[in-house]
Design a protein around this ligand. Structure first.
Ligand code: GN1
Ligand code: MG
Length: 394
C-alpha cells in the first residue's frame, strides 16, 4: 500500500478504497481524488497535502476552515428556500478518530474534503456568462461571511497580499548572489526588473489607504481566481468557491483585484503567447454585474475609490511574486520547467500594462457598480459545460 493510500484510509469514509489519483493544477498544495466503493455505491473525496513550507501553521488553516464552513453551511441552510439555486461548499471529512486532519509521520499534513460532484472549473474565462457567474459567486461568498467576525480567524499566511512586503522580499532576493546571477543572466529578467522599478511607488496604494483608516479589514477569500469558482455542470450557474486556505482578515480589494486579474484575462495565467494576454473589459463588466447582483451594499464609497487600483495592483503583485520566486530559485510556486515562474511573471506584467492602458474604460465600468441597481443576468446559451474535473482547492 502506498503512503497516500494509507493516509486516505485514515479518513472516515464508507467502503473500500479503490483508487487515489492526482488532481493536476494548484501552485502550492498537492491534491488527490480518493475513490471508495461499497456494494451499492461509491464515495469520492478530495485528499490534500498542505504545503507546510508555505503554510507554517497548517492546523490554523483547519481551525479557520472549520469556523468558515460551519458558518456558511448554517447560512446556506437558512437561506435555501429563497434562493435561485443550490449553493454548495465542501465540508471537512473527519478522520476515523474524529480529527480534522492527519499527519503521515514524515512531516506531511493531510486533510480531506467532500467532492462537489457535477461541477466544473475552468482555467480561463469561457465568456461573459462565465464571468458574470464568477462575480456572483464572489459576491455571494463575501455576503455569506460578512457576519463572521474577522477576529475569530487566524492569519494563516502573514503578509499575504501585502504588496510592500513582497517588494521588500524581492529587494532582498535581488541583492543575494543567486538572485543577482539570475537577474543578470537574461535580458528578459532585466526588463522585468525595470517594470517593477517603474511601479515601485504604486505598490503601497492599498496599504497606505488602510493606514489612513480609509480601508478596513474584513474576511476575504484570498484566492478567488477563476479555477476556484465551480459551475454547476447542468445549469452553468456558479455553485461554490473552493480553496479556503487563505480565508482570513484582509482588504476586500485583494479579492476583487485577484478575481478580475484572473477572469478578465481570456488567455489565462499560463498562456505562452504574450500577444494573447490582455484585460478584457467585456468580461470585467460581466463580472462586476455578477458581483453587484449579490453584494451591492457590501462596498462602501471608500472601498469603491480603490477598486481600479486593486485590479492593477494584484496583477502587478502576482507578477512580482512569480518574478521574485524565479530569482530565488523557484522555492514557493511549483514549476514544470526552468523559467516557468519568469514566464508567469511576464504574463502578469503584460496584463498589468493592459489594465493601465484601459484605465478609463475600467473606471467607467466600476462606476456603474455604484449606480446600477441590480446586475442583469445575461442570456444563457443553454449548452452544458464540458466534462467535469474534480476540484477542491489547490
Ligand atoms: C497560488 O496554489 P494556488 O493555485 O491555489 C497562490 C495564489 C496565486 C495563485 C496563482 C497560497 O494559488 O496567491 O494567486 O497561485 N496561493 C498562495 O495561480 O500563495
Ligand atoms: Mg489557493
Amino acid at each position: 500500500m502506498s503512503r497516500i493510500e494509507a493516509v486516505a484510509q485514515r479518513f472516515a469514509v464508507k467502503g473500500r478504497l479503490v483508487a487515489v489519483q492526482p488532481v493536476p493544477g494548484g501552485n502550492v498544495n498537492d491534491t488527490h481524488l480518493a475513490v471508495f466503493r461499497t456494494t451499492f455505491s461509491e464515495e469520492r473525496i478530495i485528499l490534500q497535502r498542505i504545503n507546510v513550507r508555505v503554510f507554517k501553521r497548517p492546523a490554523w488553516i483547519m481551525s479557520n476552515l472549520r469556523l468558515v464552513t460551519d458558518h456558511v453551511h448554517q447560512r446556506l441552510h437558512r437561506e435555501a428556500k429563497g434562493e435561485d439555486r443550490v449553493w454548495q461548499l465542501p465540508r471537512i471529512v473527519p478522520t476515523k478518530s474524529g480529527k480534522d486532519w492527519v499527519s503521515d509521520g514524515e512531516g506531511g499534513f493531510w486533510r480531506a474534503l467532500t467532492l462537489i460532484a457535477s461541477a466544473v472549473a475552468h482555467d480561463k474565462a469561457q465568456g461573459p456568462e462565465h464571468a458574470f457567474e464568477a462575480g456572483t459567486v464572489l459576491g455571494q461568498f463575501h455576503r455569506l461571511v460578512s457576519d463572521l467576525a474577522p477576529g475569530k480567524l487566524r492569519d494563516t499566511l502573514p503578509g499575504f497580499h501585502v504588496t510592500p512586503s513582497y517588494l521588500k522580499r524581492y529587494d532582498e532576493t535581488r541583492a543575494a548572489a543567486a538572485g543577482k546571477r539570475r537577474l543578470n543572466g537574461s535580458v528578459e529578467a532585466s526588463r522585468l526588473a525595470r517594470f517593477v522599478e517603474d511601479r515601485r511607488s504604486f505598490a503601497s496604494v492599498l496599504e497606505d489607504a488602510r493606514e489612513r483608516g480609509e480601508l478596513k479589514e474584513r474576511l476575504i477569500h484570498g484566492d478567488p481566481k477563476v479555477n476556484n469558482v465551480l459551475l454547476d455542470e447542468l445549469t452553468g450557474k456558479g455553485t461554490c468557491i473552493i480553496d479556503l486556505d487563505t480565508v482570513k482578515p484582509g482588504l476586500i480589494h485583494y479579492d476583487f483585484g485577484d478575481a478580475l486579474r484572473s477572469i478578465a484575462n481570456p488567455a489565462g495565467e499560463e498562456e505562452i503567447d504574450l500577444a494573447k494576454v490582455y484585460f478584457d473589459t467585456t468580461l470585467c463588466e460581466a463580472f462586476v454585474r455578477g458581483y453587484n447582483s449579490r453584494a451591492r451594499d457590501f462596498l462602501t464609497s471608500s472601498d469603491r475609490k480603490y477598486l481600479f487600483d486593486s485590479i492593477r495592483l494584484i496583477s502587478f503583485e502576482l507578477g512580482l511574486r512569480f518574478f521574485e520566486d524565479y530569482l530565488a530559485g523557484d522555492r514557493y510556486f511549483k514549476v514544470r520547467s526552468e523559467g516557468h515562474n519568469l514566464h508567469r511573471a511576464r504574463v502578469q506584467f503584460k496584463l498589468c500594462e493592459s489594465i493601465e492602458a484601459r484605465e478609463a474604460d475600467i473606471r467607467r465600468i466600476l462606476d456603474g457598480l455604484t449606480s446600477s441597481a441590480e446586475g442583469a443576468v445575461p442570456k444563457r446559451n443553454g449548452r452544458p459545460a464540458p466534462a467535469p474535473r474534480p476540484r477542491a482547492g489547490r
